[in-house]
Design a protein around this ligand. Structure first.
Ligand code: KG4
Ligand code: ZN
Length: 360
């Protein structure tokens, strides 16, 4: 690191959260969140059971400026007091990404500050360092509405993807499960609440269990859930609760198995790593049953489990500012022509995962 402390404004608009935050990278390497403003657009998308890209982009235009103003006011920093401006430049819904990226560039240009184009996935990957003293290397399970990946975080900017999903992301699977059971959006929290009232009595498959590569496949689980739900229609409340509990239990079994396999590969890659750490990030990491399952795996294998607090697991701009600060501290910044990217893999060299509808 060549320059600290650093105070950055971060902007996140890659999905359906409009977010602005001010974060400081302190001289001792720790992080301080001065403001973390998130304006969710849930009510705009709820009627559709998922995020509508065009609606999201328009909402970001309306919501972003007030969010930035609020973040700067709460942080009691003016633009001149910033050391840089960071924005998520992808991967994500391109219309929304352009809104945040253009705004960040304009502020940086207007104030003569460095601009950092941040990979949204890198921001999730580095987010535990903001609140916990976690140093790479560590094994990351990133589980959100758009992504499901197992990644070795070797250093800032140095990632090896071990596993991905062949079809749906884990959060997407929760959202689809909720939708087919007539529950609200986003589905994850709904399924979790209903699961607490039911028992995992419905037989559901555990796709990919025991496979050598730690990939995921969730489409078949969702289809099996649909069949079981149709067989019980009309669904009573206790049916819904049992179906949710069974779905969540299947997901936890799959995650346990896939993470255990990734631990084998992680330890093979970094045989001299003494402090073994497993980090879970992304919106689905807020699920308590999943956290408990990860806790069991971590205990069994001698790993320290680190899960950022829920507000830093779901999409937020503090993680964007933090990733931007990490890059800036290493002398990395971007030019005004940095592109918005719909796709931006963390590990461009990862071999393609085989299967239909593969997501990078
Ligand atoms: O990271 P995030 O806020 O946004 C994306 O980048 O996608 O994750 C949102 C996803 C949604 O699919 C939501 O259903 C899921 O995270 N989620 C959960 C829970 N809370 C949010 N899934 C399972 N259990 C939860 N408690
Ligand atoms: Zn995300």
């Amino acid at each position: 690191m060549n320059r600290t402390p650093l105070t950055l404004l971060g902007i996140e608009t890659s999905c359906d959260e409009t977010a602005a935050a001010v974060v400081r990278l302190c001289a001792n390497g720790s992080g301080e969140i001065l403001a973390n403003v998130v304006r969710a657009q849930l009510d705009l998308h709820a009627a559709y059971g998922g995020v509508v890209p065009e609606i999201a982009a328009r909402a970001h235009v309306d919501l972003l400026d007030p969010a930035i103003k609020q973040a700067m006011a709460e942080a009691q920093v003016d633009f001149g007091g910033l050391d840089g401006v960071a924005a998520a430049a992808g991967p994500g819904l391109i219309g929304g990404v352009i809104v945040g990226l253009t705004t960040a560039k304009a502020i940086a240009l207007g104030c003569g500050k460095p601009f950092v184009a941040v990979n949204h996935l890198e921001a999730h990957a580095l987010s535990p360092g903001l609140t916990d003293s976690v140093q790479p290397p560590y094994l990351l399970l990133l589980v959100s509405g758009g992504h499901t990946q197992l990644v070795v975080v070797k250093d800032v900017g140095d990632y090896t993807r071990l596993g991905t999903t062949l079809d749906d992301a884990l959060g997407e699977a929760f959202d689809k499960a909720a939708k087919l059971l007539g529950l609200g959006y986003p589905g994850g929290p709904e399924v979790e609440q209903w699961a607490a009232k039911g028992s995992p009595s419905v037989p559901l498959p555990r796709p990919m269990l025991g496979r050598a590569e730690p990939h995921f496949s969730l489409a078949g689980l969702k289809t099996a859930l649909r069949h079981e739900a149709m067989a019980r229609t009309p669904l009573s409340d206790s049916d819904v609760a049992d179906l949710c509990a069974s779905f969540q239990a299947a997901v936890c079994d799959v995650v346990r198995d896939r993470v255990t396999r990734a631990m084998d590969l992680f330890e093979d890659q970094l045989p001299n790593t003494t402090a073994l750490t497993l980090v879970a990030a992304g919106g689905v990491a807020a699920n308590r049953a999943l956290r408990a399952a990860l806790g069991e795996v971590a205990d069994a294998r001698g790993y320290r489990l680190v899960v950022p607090p829920p507000a830093l697991c779901t999409d937020n701009a503090a993680m964007i500012a933090w990733a931007g600060a990490q890059r800036l501290a290493r002398g990395l910044s971007d030019q005004m022509d940095a592109p918005a990217r719909a796709r931006w893999p963390l590990d461009p060299d990862a071999p393609p995962a085989h299967g239909a509808g593969v997501k990078a």
